[in-house]
Ligand binder design. Structure first.
Ligand code: BGC
Length: 776
């Protein structure tokens, strides 16, 4: 059948072809989520044909419509846009909108989908996007906390549960995972990523994408993932959100991009470009990154969505004069969809007509979006995620809460346990829970909390009471207030900096208790988007509370709750036991109690370094040596601070257990290998304590001399093992050419011949080492 371009003929043909598409039998898309993102060839060919046939029917306006993403509520993360609901509805009816965000619930999404299907000419279904960051209604630990589990199965499970709940509520596209590497504890969004390391970050990115997308994107329980924010958003100057980024090619390629590359290899459906500029070019219109690297070099066929209004915000960056020019730059650079920027709808049609933008670019962007809609199965049934029964049954279930508790306890890091105060005995007579976070049912839900019900988490106080016998006295004193006034996702939290009321009462309680559980840290809305801080210390009232309680009773366990690394040198020096519990989600109090009483032996390891002082930031373990790494002759002229150590207070990879592990017999199968070959590194890990426990065995490499300088250590492997008391296990790692590749002076990802040191141990500070060499 010949397709003619006259509107009337196209319309008739479209009805026929779309009718054909809707009645096609369900095709199951087997998606390989391992190291390649290829759908099986036949399936992709069928999809490509369908995409092409739809595209042929579309007018320029309709194609541009697919590139438009509107907000569906006032739950905004940027300034509310000026287009009212009436106008939005009309655009939906005209087929001038491709996707909605923040429209949730079956009723809501069904109504919007119906508006498009029943009114628009081509009936192209909408995508419904939402920030599914660490759960939908059942909340899991904040991503930084969950990353401390180093447990990829657990991480995948939490994303798959989030996907199940979100899809039961009409959502088919998650704005996650956030895969931005960050070394800056001041940056509020550090809570949303997986920490400072590109290797760990890549593994976690893949686990989260697998959890969201499953093996079959067309299943009703999986949704399209979106790796964000491309790129270098975590490198904002001074840790100030949205700030300028200056980054060289080395850091960009070796530190920032690997998790995005891993996301591509895992078949991620979409990516979000970042708010920041990079060396003068806003990421939103960074052609070299978006089109050249991501789409061409990496051969990726998903679509790129801008961040909230970031296409239009290029006007404020001083990069373009108006929305039309903004649209021109963004589409040429490869940004496919405009999130609430109103620039594509304002500019693209006239830009094409004026010959400033090639229509082929619009076609390519529309095709990328249509492709995902087909893969989700939306053309077969646009209402497939709108099932009232599922919505009633599959959200916030007992099973999901149990999973949340399990992931939460796996995410807790035992930072210190000097005199083995922990685990606590359950027959203790009087436990005092002190600190406002101890009874807080809201902060554990964290920032970016999806559809969580406010104040719905199990507080620490509740968790402790549930864990012990009725004969145990559990008392509570608030101590000092942390946040004051309203808690809101969009408004700044007023933090208490000068009200010390409550310390006296807390001291009296501490004196009477056998053990004090002192909660310190941050409320939920102290971290997250737009929440950068110059200080990462405890507030003055909290510090004074600590001093007073510590003076009254030395039998203290400090329980940290926070969304970023905190500088707590003073506390770390004094108290014997510290637990890092982040913002752990719906089951927070139960999970912490599990660890406090030894029902779960802690196994978390830090995914990020904890500084001694904010002045050390950016702080990370995989540093370069510099030309002056030490001071052999005692002079001042070496790379250091005169008033603080260089090292972290708690380093990357650190985390204790109630048992102990010994590493021995580090062996290497051969002293060298060459292209095509490999060597096996093996180490014996022995549980030398009295309890069963888990350990994350970590492997680091140092490439001694490179065409570019190399870090002193880089994580290149890890394995989570469990050993009973007295048990030993030999853990092996394979080192091959792939593992030692990096972005070299040739501006290529390649391995270089040379000598390497391999380190194995339970943290990045391990010194158990041996050497090998590689020859090309
Ligand atoms: C954030 C994104 C988020 C988007 C939609 C933006 O402000 O940077 O991460 O997905 O809002 O809520």
């Amino acid at each position: 059948m010949k397709i003619v371009t006259k509107y009337g003929s196209k319309h008739i043909i479209s009805t026929i072809i779309l009718g054909f598409l809707f009645v096609l039998p369900k095709i199951s898309f087997s998606q390989n989520l391992g190291t390649t993102h290829t759908l099986d060839i036949k399936t992709s060919e069928i999809i490509e044909k369908k995409v092409d046939s739809v595209l042929l029917l579309m007018t320029l306006k309709e194609k541009i419509g697919q590139l438009v993403l509107y907000n569906g509520s006032w739950d905004v993360t940027g300034p509310p846009s000026d287009v009212g609901n009436k106008e939005k509805y009309q655009k939906l009816k005209n087929g001038e909108v491709g996707a909605m965000l923040n429209a949730t619930s079956v009723a809501g999404t069904k109504e919007l989908q119906r508006t498009v299907i029943e009114n628009s000419r081509l009936k192209i279904p909408l995508l419904f996007g939402y920030d599914v960051i660490h759960g939908f209604k059942t909340i899991f630990p904040i991503p930084l906390g969950e990353s401390a589990s180093w447990d990829l199965e657990a991480i995948k499970l939490s994303s798959s549960i989030a996907a199940k709940e979100a899809t039961a509520s009409g959502i088919n596209w998650a704005f996650g995972p956030m895969v931005d590497i960050s070394r800056d504890a001041r940056w509020g969004r550090i809570m949303e990523g997986s920490g400072e390391d590109p290797f760990l970050g890549s593994k976690i990115a893949v686990a989260r994408i697998k959890g969201f997308q499953g093996d079959d994107l067309s299943s009703n329980h999986t949704l399209a993932a979106c790796a964000k924010h491309f790129a270098a958003y975590g490198f904002a100057e001074g840790g100030r959100d949205y700030n300028t980024v200056s980054i060289g090619a080395y850091e960009l390629h070796n530190t920032v991009l690997p998790p995005f590359k891993a996301a591509v290899e895992a078949g991620v459906a979409s990516m979000m470009s970042a708010f920041n500029e990079i060396d003068g070019i806003p990421a939103t219109a960074h052609k070299e990154l978006l089109r050249d690297v991501l789409k061409n070099d990496w051969n990726w066929n998903g679509f790129i969505v801008s961040d909230w209004a970031s296409i239009a915000e290029m006007i404020f960056h001083g990069y373009v004069g108006d929305k039309v020019q903004a649209a021109e730059r963004a589409i040429i650079a490869g940004n496919d969809m405009d999130m609430e920027g109103r620039a594509y709808e304002a500019g693209l049609e006239q830009l094409v007509k004026a010959g400033r933008v090639d229509e082929k670019l619009i076609d390519d962007a529309a095709k990328r979006i249509l492709r995902i809609k087909f893969r989700l199965g939306l053309f077969e049934d646009p209402y497939r995620y709108c099932n009232e029964e599922r919505e009633k049954k599959e959200i916030y279930t007992k099973e999901h809460l149990e999973a949340s508790r399990d992931v939460a306890r796996k995410s807790i890091v035992l930072l210190k346990n000097d005199t083995n105060v922990l685990p606590l005995k359950k027959d203790v007579k009087h436990i005092a829970v002190i600190g406002s976070l101890g009874a807080d049912k809201d902060s554990p839900i964290g920032s970016w909390r999806g559809m969580a019900t406010p104040n719905s988490a199990v507080s620490l106080l509740e968790g402790i009471k549930l864990a012990v016998d009725k004969t145990v006295k559990v008392s509570y004193a608030k101590g000092v207030a942390l946040g004051m006034g309203d808690r809101s996702f969009v408004r700044e939290l007023k933090v208490n900096r000068d009200d010390f009321t409550g310390i006296k009462e807390a001291v009296a309680l501490a004196k009477s208790a056998e053990i004090v559980l002192l909660t310190l840290g941050e409320e939920a809305f102290q971290s997250g988007e737009g929440r950068s801080q110059v200080s990462i210390e405890l507030t003055k009232p909290q510090q004074r509370l600590f001093d007073a309680v510590y003076a009254a009773n030395k039998n203290i366990v400090v329980i940290l709750m926070n969304g970023r690394p905190l500088a707590i040198s003073d506390i770390a020096e004094k108290v014997p036991s510290i637990l890092e519990t982040w913002h752990l989600g719906s089951e927070s109090g139960n999970a912490i109690a599990d660890v406090l009483f030894g029902d779960y032996n802690p196994s978390g390891k830090l995914p990020v370094s904890f500084p001694r002082n904010v002045g050390q930031v950016p702080l990370y373990y995989n540093v370069k040596n510099t030309g002056r790494p030490s001071n052999p002759d005692g002079m001042v002229f070496w790379s250091h601070y005169t008033d603080e150590k260089n090292e972290a207070l708690f380093p990357f990879g650190h985390g204790l257990s109630y048992t102990t592990f010994k590493y021995k017999d580090l062996q290497i199968s051969a002293p060298s290998f060459s292209t095509g070959g490999n060597i096996i590194v093996s180490v014996t890990v022995e549980n030398t304590g009295k309890l069963k426990g888990k350990e994350v065995v970590q492997l680091y490499l140092r490439d001694l001399i490179g065409s570019l300088t190399r870090p002193v250590k880089e994580l290149k492997g890890f394995e989570l093992i469990e050993l009973t008391a007295g048990e030993s296990k030999v853990v092996t790692f394979t080192i091959n050419e792939e593992i030692i590749k990096y972005y070299t002076a040739n501006k290529k990802w390649e391995a270089e011949s040379g000598d390497f040191t391999v380190f194995v141990g339970g943290s990045s500070q391990t010194s158990l080492q041996t050497d090998f060499s590689f020859k090309k």
